[in-house]
Design a protein around this ligand. Structure first.
Ligand SMILES: [Mn+2]
Length: 288
């Protein structure tokens, strides 16, 4: 199974898709392990021509979709397996796109990329801060993932957050994590994007997209649907802004594909972001 259902030539590939079918620490609704497969299955049904950028996959660098590997239940072992699978492709200079799976899987590409980009900035789209020290007894849980990222030394900017514990809030202040609440994005998106751009201009950027950052009315197929999330176009405005800078990888996680439209939404989001990053036209009508 390949992204967009295309025939791929591994020698030529510049963009690599890593399926990460993992949901062992899911707390509310399990099933994100089926996310990568459903996203890939939906992807051939996308319209390949992009009406905004006036380009298609033929204008983009060639893709390679890695085979989906069954992952061990223990998170540290699952992460090790993912890193082993991805590492040779990073060495070959390929741009990594990780498809989740629960949010914990982001630690694999981020850990690897930090070796090449020690000053990495991680831009997070998410309903939750994911800054707990531990969750249900585990430090390697979807609810702790961004705390682990911060502890690795990466700067973190989170957008769309609307569910946070007091502990996480205090940690975010102490660790100087920039949080842009969902209500702020709704009210003052242009000024948030301006601030985001100043962060991204300074260092290489990794983007982690937890699909629950979007509104569950648009994408109900997530593990923890929080009301009041980003619209499709608000999310695209964020990705367009970030795409103007040095993005070195991204992931789309927490797809819990219990309906068709959520997998389609996720597949289209992946295609859109890749197009923003790599389409040579990058016309960006409407401004970004
Ligand atoms: Mn998350």
């Amino acid at each position: 199974m390949t992204f967009l259902g295309l025939e791929e030539d591994p020698q030529k590939a510049k963009i690599v898709f890593l399926p990460a079918p993992y949901d062992a620490t899911a707390s509310y609704l399990p099933g994100a392990r089926f996310g990568p497969r459903r996203l890939l299955e939906a992807s051939p049904y996308l319209e390949f021509f992009d009406e905004e950028l006036l380009c298609s996959y033929k204008d983009l660098p060639p893709f390679l979709t890695l085979p989906e590997k069954e992952l061990p239940v223990a998170p540290e072992e699952a992460l090790r397996t993912l890193k082993e699978q991805l590492a040779p492709h990073l060495k070959a200079g390929r741009f990594p796109v990780t498809l989740g799976g629960e949010h914990t899987v982001s630690l694999a590409p981020i850990d690897l990329l930090r070796q090449d980009y020690p000053d990495l900035l991680v831009v997070q789209i998410d309903a939750h801060a994911d800054l707990r020290a531990t969750y249900q007894g585990s430090p390697l849980s979807h609810a702790c993932v961004m705390r682990r990222v911060r502890e690795m030394g990466a700067e973190v900017v989170a957008l769309g957050v609307r569910a946070i514990s007091e502990e996480e809030y205090l940690y975010a202040q102490e660790a100087r994590i920039s949080l842009f609440w969902a209500y702020q994005l709704k009210k003052e998106l242009p000024s948030v994007l301006k601030t985001l751009a100043t962060f991204c201009a300074q260092r290489p950027v990794y983007v982690t997209i937890d699909l629950d950052g979007f509104d569950p009315a648009e994408i109900p197929g997530v593990g923890t649907p929080e009301p009041g999330g980003l619209s499709w176009y608000e999310g695209l405005a964020i990705l367009k802004t970030v795409a103007r800078y040095q993005v070195v990888g991204f992931d789309v996680v927490e797809l819990l594909p219990k309906d068709e439209r959520s997998a389609f939404f996720a597949a289209k989001l992946v295609y859109k972001f890749i197009s923003y990053l790599f389409c040579p036209q990058r016309a960006f009508p409407g401004g970004a």
